[in-house]
Design a protein around this ligand. Structure first.
Ligand code: DAK
Length: 259
């Protein structure tokens, strides 16, 4: 598939995906969703890299769902529209590899929901976040009502979603929505550095840890501990043994991705 909005690049074992529709502040339209589904399918099938970084071109990460497309929907169309976005962002969240959002500017509405479906959020100091849907007489429709409360707690999510206010990057960092802040010109470099760091750890361990954290949060605690125990044990077959031996022998583990 030829992409018109997505610009994929690859740096070794790290993928960088740039949303490129800057004239519309990377508003998420149906072409974007078709391209993203295609790209996620490619990652799942070909496993081209071990960590993905997502960013936006220009002054926005993404300024939300494309309002000019949404305005023509009736309630049934809106349900399908919401479902497609929810499913696509779930597919992104469920990728076996870690995904880092490098948030370069506006991350509003669907754009904020997109970064919340990523595993780690790094933002530039000039990023702006918000769920402004109530200003349009809407509610978040790509799982924002569910992911924001899981990330920052129910009280904070209620405050931001009910008020439709925007928050700056420092506030987003303070409340734990983003994990780190960068100077705008260093954002991508910082995101790629973190991605490379993750991509040179035990790959099976990284994927297992992501899955345990992601799945465990919605599970009964004891069941989540059982799941952790089983997956911990599985790592004692190969990667984990090599990692521990390497430590004791004061050398680098000889994992494929670490040579
Ligand atoms: N959709 C479409 N176009 C957008 C857009 C958006 N979300 N955001 C910006 N643009 C377009 C503008 O219309 C403008 O286009 P032209 O007029 O040049 O053709 C261009 O991008 C540049 O924008 P501005 O001229 O407004 O730029 P400024 O720097 O002055 O302002 C801004 C930047 C981010 C403050 C402003 O653009 C803004 O407020 N944008 C809208 C932000 C917003 O409200 N985002 C939330 C969208 S609603 C659901 C499913 C999904 C959703 C909800 C329900 N269900 C089906 C239940 C999700 C909803 C949303 O995401």
């Amino acid at each position: 598939m030829n992409y018109t909005i997505l610009k994929p690049q690859q740096f070794g074992r790290v993928g960088l995906l740039t949303l490129s529709r800057p004239a519309s502040l990377n508003a998420l339209n149906s072409v974007f969703f078709s391209e993203l589904i295609d790209y996620l399918d490619y990652i799942l099938t070909d496993e081209p890299f071990d960590v993905l970084v997502i960013t936006g071109e220009g002054k926005a990460f993404a300024a939300g769902a494309d309002i000019s497309e949404m305005v023509g929907l009736d309630p049934n169309g809106a349900r399908r529209f919401s479902e497609r976005g929810q499913q696509t962002f779930l597919m992104l969240e469920d990728l076996p590899i870690p995904v880092i959002a490098a948030i370069n500017g506006y991350a509003l509405g669907g754009g904020c929901e997109l970064c919340m479906a990523c595993d780690i959020r790094l933002a530039s100091f000039n990023a702006i976040f918000g769920q402004p849907e109530v200003n349009l007489g809407l509610v978040p429709g790509y799982a924002g009502t569910q992911r924001l409360s899981r990330l920052i707690g129910l009280g904070g999510a209620l405050k931001w979603i009910l008020s439709g206010l925007n928050m700056d990057a420092r506030e987003a960092y303070r409340i734990g929505l983003v994990q780190d802040l960068s100077e705008p010109e260093k954002l991508i470099e910082d995101a790629l550095t973190l991605a490379r760091r993750i991509a040179t750890r035990g790959l099976k361990a990284v994927r297992t840890a992501k899955m345990l954290l992601r799945k465990g949060i919605d599970m009964n605690f004891q069941k989540a501990l059982d799941m952790e125990k089983e997956h911990f044990a599985e790592l004692f077959n190969d990667e984990g043994i090599e990692g521990m031996k390497a430590f004791l022998e004061k050398r680098k583990p000889s994992w494929e991705n670490n040579k």
